[in-house]
Design a protein around this ligand. Structure first.
Ligand SMILES: [Zn+2]
Length: 625
């Protein structure tokens, strides 16, 4: 581990000549009065009230698409074919070397939806260069404009690869034709929220029948795998379209497509001309970011991505004490207890379904701070003077590690995020919640602060992840993580009626210009936000029972709970980036994760003495959990 660390430091320092590394973590309190805008009325716009000062004091850095509390903390922590027949073997080796689903399709390992203890091969859709299928298919002016810029970008990349301008343009056109056909055959993000739509288990014969011209045995061999006979093909219709493309296109078009994707995949590792052109389209034009991140930041991000658990050991030793682990674990258990009480008290759910829900809740595994067992990176040879080689070896290590899981029992101890990550997740198939050390730092969790803002903020996040186990997707998996319906029909209907209330509420909100929230896509997150804060409130009340709570900074304890919650979501976002998020992000914008939530909580109305008819008081309150 020391090896990696010294290499990581060497890489960072070599790249970061102009910037002074931080010697200690900057401190932002868990409830920051300066971040507020007390001139705003909390009952009119609670987001402006809690985050107004933050937004004013934190303009978006020029190398970022948006800036929010999470990102700010995140930074502080910081050969081609000869014949069609050869395509299978070539893609096998390319997928292994690049771990990129941009090369026609994705191939990896995941838990069997029907037997969560076993890991099987997953063949998924992919092959696109734009962030979502809808970019290729929508007919509005903005979408057309993005497509025109994308075409110009792909052509420019071909020119950098040495093509003459006319040929480059014609090649770009071919790429977009193929990608558009693949986009049409891909499911939408909303459709992909339904796990049953992504579950098509088949044997090798079944997979081969979808793409008769593509030799899967050759593919597997080239990817370093023995012959397999169990696959989940997430989108069979997509594979039928792949076959059509492979058979109907001439071999030069296929080569052209692969050249583009390989260039795009490697662009960030190549000369500045590639780095800049890649940045110019994907960050500047698509997300409105004016400047490329400095080299050292790109280096640190790369090391975290590739050797994250080595870097993470150092991070944990500096920033995550055993006491902090105990405190956050205690809070997690309290919120789980609150959820059990909440489930028991639901009037709309039958005893039979409650029993199953409680069983599922009891089985959830809490992963807090860092993994019990650290990943061993010994096989990755890191050389000081071989940047691209280092990246390739680390990528290969990770691809092999992922593929080696196929056909083996599941390792329930694995983490899907590295310890310095400022984020958290719930995984329905593992039935676990993960809170990396990086998200348990001020201003999100502030050990120096009292309970009110900590329960509102981190408590709300813990409740959020727990509630994901019971949102529109999570509820379809049972205590063991199997895709199995444990609901009575009546209870399932009661659930969907309540979820519909949230969908109807959030679809009214505007993201940017004339674009509204796609609330079918965001419903899981919106349900989790609301459920999470209700649970955090209950846990906070239990924790502080019998204690005399005092006002601070002119705020009552209840008001501080809500301000503590809302301040995790303070953000500024570029309009271009908001458009990308509206299309691809299952989370609502920060403003509505605050305002859309508090309107549903009578505790908020009471805390701020809001009056009926004011914008932060809803006439029709939604509540699922
Ligand atoms: Zn979430």
């Amino acid at each position: 581990m020391r090896n990696y660390l010294s290499l990581f430091l060497a890489a960072s320092l070599a790249c970061a000549a102009q910037e002074t590394p931080l010697t200690s973590f900057p401190y932002t309190p868990g409830l920051d009065v300066a971040a507020m805008d007390k001139s705003a009325d909390p009952c009119v716009d609670f987001y402006q009230y809690t985050c107004g000062g933050w937004m004013k004091g934190n303009p978006i850095p020029s190398d970022q698409p948006r800036w929010d509390v999470y990102r700010k903390l995140g930074q502080d922590n910081q050969r081609y074919l000869k014949s069609r027949k050869e395509l299978a073997a070539l893609l096998g080796s390319l997928h292994l070397a690049t771990a990129d689903d941009g090369l026609f399709f994705g191939f990896g390992s995941d838990q069997d939806y029907s037997n969560s203890t076993q890991v099987i091969a997953f063949a998924s859709s992919g092959g696109l260069g734009l962030p979502d299928r809808d970019y290729y298919l929508k007919d509005d002016d903005k979408s057309k404009e993005v497509r025109a810029k994308y075409l110009a970008h792909v052509a420019k990349m071909f020119e950098l690869l040495g093509d003459a301008p006319d040929a480059a343009k014609a090649n770009a056109q071919k790429v977009i034709e193929i990608e558009t056909a693949l986009a049409k055959a891909s499911l939408t993000r909303v459709e992909r929220r339904d796990p049953y739509k992504l579950f098509h288990k088949m044997d090798l014969k079944g997979l081969q029948a979808l793409t008769p011209g593509f030799d899967w045995r050759e593919y597997l061999k080239a990817a370093g795998l023995r012959p397999l006979n169990t696959f989940n093909v997430t989108e069979p219709a997509f594979y039928q379209e792949l076959e059509r493309q492979w058979q109907s296109r001439n071999i030069d078009d296929i080569k052209t497509y692969l050249r583009w994707h390989l260039a795009a995949d490697h662009a960030q590792l190549l000369s500045s001309a590639f780095v800049n052109e890649n940045f110019n389209f994907y960050a500047k034009q698509l997300r409105g970011v004016p400047e490329l991140r400095p080299r050292w930041k790109r280096c640190v991000a790369l090391v975290d991505r590739q050797l994250g658990e080595a870097l993470g050991q150092e991070f944990v030793s500096r920033a995550f004490s055993p006491q902090l682990k105990q405190r956050t674990l205690h809070m997690t258990r309290q919120i789980e207890k609150a959820m059990a009480d909440d489930i028991k008290s639901l009037t709309w759910m039958s005893e039979a379904t409650k029993k199953r829900a409680l069983e599922k809740l009891r089985t959830i595994v809490n992963k807090i701070g860092y993994p019990d067992k650290w990943r061993d990176y010994t096989p990755v040879k890191v050389k000081r003077d071989d940047f691209v080689g280092n990246v390739e070896r680390a990528t290969l290590f990770e691809s092999r590690r992922q593929l080696a899981k196929i056909g083996k029992p599941l390792d329930r101890g694995e983490w899907g995020m590295t310890p310095p990550t400022v984020n958290a997740y719930y995984n329905p198939q593992m039935n676990d919640i993960n809170f990396p050390a990086g998200v348990l730092q001020p201003p999100l969790f502030d050990a120096k602060m009292d309970d009110a803002p900590n329960y509102g903020n981190t408590g709300g996040t813990i409740g959020h992840e727990l509630t994901h186990g019971f949102d529109d997707q999570g509820r379809q998996f049972d205590a063991q993580g199997n895709l199995k319906d444990w609901w009575t029909q009546e209870d399932a209907k009661e659930f969907t009626d309540r979820a519909q209330c949230i969908i109807d509420q959030y679809k009214q909100y505007t993201v940017v210009d004339d674009i509204k929230i796609n609330s079918e896509l965001t419903q899981g997150e919106d349900i989790a936000d609301l459920g999470g804060l209700i649970l955090a409130w209950m846990a906070w009340k239990t924790q502080t029972e019998g204690t005399k709570l005092i006002d601070r900074d002119g705020l009552t304890p209840e008001q501080r709970f809500f301000v503590g919650y809302a301040q995790w979501a303070c953000e500024n976002n570029r309009p271009e980036n908001q458009r990308v998020h509206a299309m691809t992000d299952p989370h609502s914008p920060g403003k509505y994760r605050v305002n859309g939530l508090v309107v549903n909580m009578p505790e908020f109305t009471q805390a701020f003495a809001c009056k009926p008819g004011q914008p932060m008081v809803s006439e029709r309150r939604c509540r699922v959990w």
